[in-house]
Design a protein around this ligand. Structure first.
Ligand SMILES: [Zn+2]
Length: 163
């Protein structure tokens, strides 16, 4: 699996800035590749310093944090309650000339992140949140069976493929 490396080669500027960790699960890579392409199309020639700050999994879904010149990127706050997690997201702030573009960009990224809530983290098939030992993963039927049978799940691209 070298998909993540291919994405970096196609859109190097999206991975050029400072980041605090970029990891995309195997099952979410195809969707993430589409997202990077859509962002590239939207930005056009002037990428405005857009880059990923952090890509990770949290509470079963993907979290995509980004930054761009002259934009206050949205903040994400999780409240952990007895009946689950409530997530709040602020709107990005941008100068007037970039406002519409930044809004569209933000919506694209939010929607892509939301789609991972029903996408198996291992294989990308339709999945549902599965709780085990207080840890939620979105899994298809087959990978849910594998998880509960104690089999190892191939979630993250291995480090040697990721070089
Ligand atoms: Zn699966």
């Amino acid at each position: 699996m070298k998909t993540f490396e291919k994405i970096k080669e196609l859109y190097p500027y999206q991975f050029a800035g400072k980041n605090i960790g970029l990891s995309i699960a195997n099952g979410w890579l195809p969707e993430f590749a589409r997202l990077c392409k859509d962002i590239d199309n939207l930005l056009g020639e002037n990428n405005r310093g857009f880059h990923w700050v952090q890509l990770k999994e949290k509470f079963g879904s993907a979290r995509y944090y980004w930054a761009m010149n002259n934009v206050n990127a949205p903040q994400i706050v999780d409240l952990i309650k007895p009946d689950g997690v409530a997530t709040f997201k602020s709107k990005p702030k941008a100068k007037a000339s970039d406002k519409e573009l930044v809004e569209e960009l933000n919506n694209m990224i939010s929607e892509a992140s939301e789609r991972t809530m029903d996408t198996c983290i291992v294989c990308g098939e339709n999945g549902k949140p599965d709780n085990l030992d207080y840890y939620t993963l979105v899994l298809c039927i087959e990978h849910k069976r594998a998880r509960h049978a104690g089999e190892a799940l191939d979630i993250w691209p291995s480090s040697e493929d990721d070089q």
